[in-house]
Design a protein around this ligand. Structure first.
Ligand code: SF4
Length: 229
């Protein structure tokens, strides 16, 4: 229930003027293919059970994906790739994710983003990143009892993990901080979640073959192992 309250609270947030106007402008103008649909046009909460052992941390909702459907990674190509992989790994009940009421259920996994509103060009400013960070921290606090591993999709998410480590766990990040890399694993002292790097599931990576389905399968197999599942 607490996580549901947080999800409801974040979806009312208007703290970043540039992102508020962008998300609402996109929702009002729409992409032609979706012109009959009502866009969400608000901050997009995390998705998945409150007792998840695995966290999957993305960058921000896509303008015509999460910002349209109201569910993170839902309704865009990135999500198609991500949820198909989660399904192959046994972490989702179905391979597709098209709308908030499509019957998708995640197992042991919570998907969330470092920034909750769709940014222009998928690039939040440092100020927007910092303004939104407490939402992620509150969410991680609520899933803290079970969370064992965070899969960071891309360098932005990887960087967002370290402030969360301090805010949620009171832990000091390692110095120097390990650089992001696909397959890079950081494990701190007992009681802290492991951090596993994975190239972002964006079309830039999946269409070019930089990130293949087999590579994603390897990442989620490792995450399941690290989570003790
Ligand atoms: Fe609020 Fe985060 Fe959206 Fe900024 S990005 S308006 S802090 S939910």
């Amino acid at each position: 229930a607490e996580l549901g309250e947080l999800d409801a609270a974040v979806s009312e947030c208007r703290a970043c003027p540039r992102l508020v106007s962008w998300r609402e402008e996109v929702a009002a103008t729409k992409r032609a293919a979706f012109r009959d649909q009502e866009y969400w046009g608000r901050p997009v909460p995390g998705f998945g059970p409150a007792d998840a052992e695995i966290g999957i941390l993305g960058l921000a909702p896509a303008a015509h994906g999460g910002n349209r459907t109201g569910r993170i990674f839902t309704g865009d190509r990135s999500g198609d790739v991500l949820f198909a992989a989660l399904h192959r790994a046994g972490l989702a009940n179905q391979a597709t994710s098209v709308s908030r009421d499509d019957g998708l259920t995640l197992h042991h996994t919570r998907v969330f983003a470092a920034v909750r509103c769709a940014p222009p060009d998928n690039k939040p400013t440092p100020a927007e990143r910092d303004t939104c960070a407490p939402w992620l921290h509150r969410e991680m606090e609520l899933v803290r009892p079970t969370m064992r591993v965070v899969v960071a999709l891309g360098g932005f998410a990887w960087s967002a993990f370290w402030p969360a480590l301090t805010a949620v766990y009171g832990a000091r990040p390692p110095v120097p901080r390990p650089a992001f890399g696909h397959g890079t694993l950081w494990q701190g002292p007992a009681g802290l979640p492991a951090l596993l790097g994975c190239y972002h599931v964006s079309q830039q990576n999946t269409f070019t073959g930089r990130l293949t389905p087999a590579m994603l399968d390897d990442v989620f197999a490792r995450a399941i192992d690290l989570a003790g599942l």
